[in-house]
Each structure stands twice: as structure tokens, then as C-alpha cells.
Design a protein around this ligand. Structure first.
Ligand code: ATP
Ligand code: MG
Length: 483
């Protein structure tokens, strides 16, 4: 029945998958010489190399499976009627692949145990229908981010920590084939002349790839997995990202329509925070969201979502975040949420915040509230607006009410490290006051951060506004935590 899939006479030699990188040795600390005996001893640098998780036996088994799989996959692709398969149901296809692989294995006298056999069928199925080796990681809910550094090295982020996975691609060609599959599904192309691309996977995950020659050691891929259930305020409080008091304060801030900027570094939890904050918006309001890749999941009924579009291969068809924002202003929004402000749209964002769309929110890439303000100033300058610095600052200070700082700390935990209010201008300088902060006090022996959240003792500049809107926060909320 499956004779057309039988092995062709000469099988091509198969390269064996290279062994995962060996753990780099930590250099032994040098002995102190007499002259430097009193010098402060430096801690040896911890070189945590990409340690393969699998044992040697496991690795050999995987290599063998991988060899068989590659060969079988090639045969499958050569012989399968892909057009017909597209119409086949999942179980039908799985059964077909399982039968074909049994036949090939038998014809080659390869004996596999049950577990290996079903693993092989799964991988072949993923290869034919999905994104090959990436598929397992995409389906693993404990994985947040997938970072591919060339075909032999895939890192994943689990529970805030980056670790190497034992999954690899066969070679660069295999990796490129999967990248091509992803980008062609969204009508884009990536090759030497277009070496990088941003796309959204079918499940909503954010995808970026850069291919050689710009990526020197093989294609670089980053995937931020889409979480079906975004972390809600309660989850974040439970995870220790901020306190109940801070949540109550943020609820008052969002409900009384303060303009809020979430600032933070890459992967620090800006979008997650923005999404959680949006849950405080009243359901009756009309919200418009603008993003490069639609990630926000608002719970309200009245939401209009926009996604900007980069230019196509011929450099045409771009719809910038600024275009979306300008258009959004004509669409009668109560609030505008911009996923990330990073360019010329800053002008329109500040104007919107200043002119009736208060309660708007966005994120920026910055390491502190002060740094965030400088970023805004720079973005305005880069957008070619010639305004004296004082005028720029006064525009910012009247538009932005609150800066929430999200940080990914060195132990991998994500926390809201500061909530800062903008209170106006003093001379040429924007005045700010920090209301809550994360106070670090030390590090445990296994490098976990010790610290606590505390109010700074400063009462909110907006407390009267909160009271008038029915959010009468108790004064104790602003008292520093006694330790
Ligand atoms: N407090 C938290 N605790 C645990 N995980 C978190 C927390 N906040 C965010 N995450 C997870 O961290 C990852 C990165 O979060 P998010 O996408 O919000 O970051 P970001 O700052 O917007 O990143 P980027 O700069 O890439 O846009 C996500 O997978 C998210 O689910
Ligand atoms: Mg983000």
C-alpha cells in the first residue's frame, strides 16, 4: 500500500548531528602571589556554558533518531502528495505518516522501541505540517521565549531563566527552510537581499529572523510566544511583581484617566504590564490599540485593534504606527493604547494625551523614569521637530502623568521596580516624585535577589483627583514599609 514510499536504491550519506557543545571549563582562580596577597580577591568569573541537559546515552539515541528522521523526512517530502495531504485530517495524516515510517524502517531493518517510534512519527508530522524542531517548543507552555543562534543552538526561557535546549536543526538549510515556511505564510520573503523579517505566527507569537550573511554564524531567530492567558493583575501580585497597595494605586490611576507610560528594557514585562493595567479600564469605553505585532488582549467589549505594517519587498505599502495613530484620532476613541512608542508617533501620542484622549497608555524602552523622559525628548528631536527643549519638556510634562518601570532583574524575576509621578516643571526641568519602589537589600548565595517593595512616604500628587473620582486611597498606602 505504501510501496511508493519505499527506500530508493542508494541512500545519501547522512551527516550525524554534531555533539552539543561541551561545558566550558571554569578557569581556576590564580593563586595570589606574595606581592598581591593583600589585594582584594576577585570572584572567579562564572562561565556557565551551554550545558546539554541530556545524558550521553540519551544524546546518542537522539542523534540516531535524528539521522533516521532526516533521511525519512527527505523521502517523505519527495514522495508525498502534499496537495492531497493538505486536505487530510490530523489523525488521518498521523496514521499515514506512522504507516509510512514503519514501512521504511522495516525495509531497512531498523528496529526502534515503541517510544522512539512514536517520537519519530511526531517529529515527522511536525516537519511535514508544522515548524519542525520548533514545534515542540511552541507547544511547551513553560517556554516563554525561543532564541535560535544558528542551527545547532536553541535557547529557551523558562521561569525567567534562559537555558539551552537539546533540540537542534540538522543544518542551516533545514533552519532556513523553516524560516521560509514561516515568512512565506505571511506573504514575506527573507534572503540575502532582505536579510531580516518580523512576522506573526499563526498562533499570535511574535517572530523575528535574521539570516546570513548579516547573521554571521547561521540564522538568528527570536520568538516571543503568545500567551493565551495573559498574566492578570492578581497573577502579577501573586508572582511578587508588585504589591496589593501598588495595584490599588494603579487602579486609581487608570480609572481616573491618568496618562501612563510603562518603561522597561527588552523582555522586562512592558507589554504584560500594559495589558494588566488595561483591565482597569471601564467596559463602557471605546479603546483603540496600535501595535507592531498585535499582542495585547483586552478584556473590554469595545476594542478596535490595529497592527502597523512594514514596507514590502519593493519598499511600498508601509503603514507606520504614526499613520495608525493619526487615523485612530479620527475614530472617536476614549482611550488609545500604543504597544510601543519608538519613533515619530511620539508627537501624535503626546498630542493625543494632551488633547482629550487622557487615560492613554504606551510603553517605551528605558531603564528608569528619568531615562524614559530623555528617550521621549530624543524621539521628538529625531522626528525632526524643531522646538526649544523647554517647550518639548513642558509638552511631555503636561502629557504624561505616570511612569511605571518594569525590570527583569538578574535572577530572572520581573518586577515593577518603580512608580513615578510627573508633577510639572521646575524651571527647565521636569519634576517627578517616586511613590513606590523596589528596595534591593542583597543577594542569596544562589543569586536570588533579596528585597521588598515599599512606598517612599510621598503622598500622590493626584490623591485629590483620586478622591473626587471615588478612589479614596487610605494615607497608609503611602507609608514606607517597616522592615
Ligand atoms: N511578572 C512576571 N512574572 C513572570 N513572567 C512574566 C512577568 N511579566 C512578564 N512575564 C513574561 O515575560 C515575557 C516577556 O514579557 P513581555 O512581552 O511583557 O515583555 P516586553 O518588555 O514587552 O518585551 P519586548 O521588549 O520584547 O516587547 C512574557 O513571556 C511574559 O509572559
Ligand atoms: Mg513588548
Amino acid at each position: 500500500m505504501f510501496s511508493r514510499y519505499k527506500k530508493q536504491p542508494a541512500a545519501q550519506p547522512v551527516e550525524s548531528a554534531p555533539a552539543p557543545q561541551a561545558a566550558a571549563q571554569t578557569p581556576a582562580p590564580k593563586k595570589a602571589t606574595t606581592a598581591s596577597a593583600n589585594a582584594v580577591a576577585r570572584r572567579p568569573i562564572q562561565k556557565k556554558a551551554a550545558e546539554p541537559v541530556a545524558s550521553d546515552r540519551d544524546r546518542k539515541r537522539k542523534e540516531r533518531l535524528s539521522e533516521i528522521k532526516i533521511e525519512m523526512h527527505r523521502e517523505l517530502l519527495e514522495n508525498l502528495n502534499l496537495a492531497a495531504l493538505e486536505k487530510a485530517g490530523e489523525s488521518e495524516l498521523r496514521a499515514e505518516i506512522s504507516a509510512i515510517s514503519s514501512e521504511i524502517l522495516e525495509s531497512r531493518d531498523i528496529v526502534l522501541n515503541r517510544e522512539d517510534r512514536s517520537q519519530l512519527t511526531k517529529e515527522l508530522y511536525d516537519e511535514v505540517t508544522g515548524l519542525g524542531p520548533l514545534e515542540t517548543l511552541l507547544q511547551d507552555d513553560s517556554v516563554n521565549d525561543i532564541l535560535v543562534n544558528g542551527p545547532q543552538q536553541i535557547f529557551v526561557e523558562r521561569h525567567g531563566k534562559l537555558e539551552i535546549s537539546d533540540i537542534t536543526f540538522k543544518d542551516e538549510k533545514h533552519l532556513m527552510r523553516i524560516i521560509d515556511k514561516i515568512v512565506s505564510a505571511v506573504g514575506r520573503r527573507v534572503d540575502e537581499s532582505n536579510p531580516y523579517v518580523d512576522a506573526r505566527l499563526a498562533d499570535g507569537s511574535r517572530f523575528n529572523a535574521m539570516v546570513p550573511p548579516i547573521a554571521v554564524d547561521g540564522s538568528l531567530v527570536s520568538i516571543r510566544k503568545f500567551k493565551k492567558d495573559k498574566l492578570a493583575i492578581d497573577d502579577l501580585v501573586n508572582f511578587g511583581a508588585f504589591t496589593e497597595e501598588m495595584a490599588a494605586y494603579l487602579q486609581a490611576a487608570v480609572s481616573t484617566r491618568l496618562n501612563i507610560i510603562v518603561s522597561g528594557g527588552t523582555g522586562s514585562g512592558k507589554t504584560t504590564t500594559l495589558n494588566a493595567l488595561s483591565s482597569f479600564i471601564d467596559d463602557a469605553e471605546r479603546i483603540l490599540t496600535i501595535e507592531d505585532t498585535a499582542e495585547l488582549q483586552l478584556q473590554q467589549t469595545h476594542v478596535g485593534r490595529m497592527e502597523s505594517r512594514p514596507p514590502n519587498v519593493e519598499g511600498k505599502g508601509e503603514v507606520s504606527p504614526r499613520d495608525c495613530l493619526k487615523n485612530a484620532l479620527r475614530m472617536r476613541p476614549d482611550r488609545i493604547i500604543v504597544g510601543e512608542t519608538r519613533g515619530a508617533e511620539v508627537i501624535d501620542m503626546l498630542q493625543a494625551m494632551n488633547t482629550g484622549h487622557d487615560g492613554s497608555m504606551t510603553t517605551i524602552h528605558a531603564n528608569s523614569a528619568r531615562d524614559g523622559i530623555s528617550r521621549l525628548e530624543n524621539m521628538i528631536a529625531m522626528a525632526g521637530i524643531e522646538m526649544p527643549l523647554k517647550a518639548v519638556r513642558s509638552q511631555i510634562s503636561s502629557a504624561v502623568n505616570l511612569i511605571v518601570q518594569a525590570s527583569r532583574l538578574q535572577d530572572g524575576s520581573r518586577r515593577m521596580t518603580s512608580i513615578t509621578e510627573i508633577t510639572g516643571m521646575e524651571g527647565d526641568v521636569i519634576s517627578m516624585q517616586e511613590i513606590f519602589k523596589f528596595q534591593r537589600v542583597g543577594l542569596t548565595p544562589d543569586n536570588k535577589i533579596i528585597g521588598h517593595f515599599t512606598a517612599t512616604g510621598v503622598r500622590s500628587h493626584y490623591s485629590e483627583r483620586f478622591r473626587l473620582w471615588g478612589f479614596d486611597l487610605p494615607p497608609s498606602i503611602y507609608e514606607p514599609t517597616a522592615i
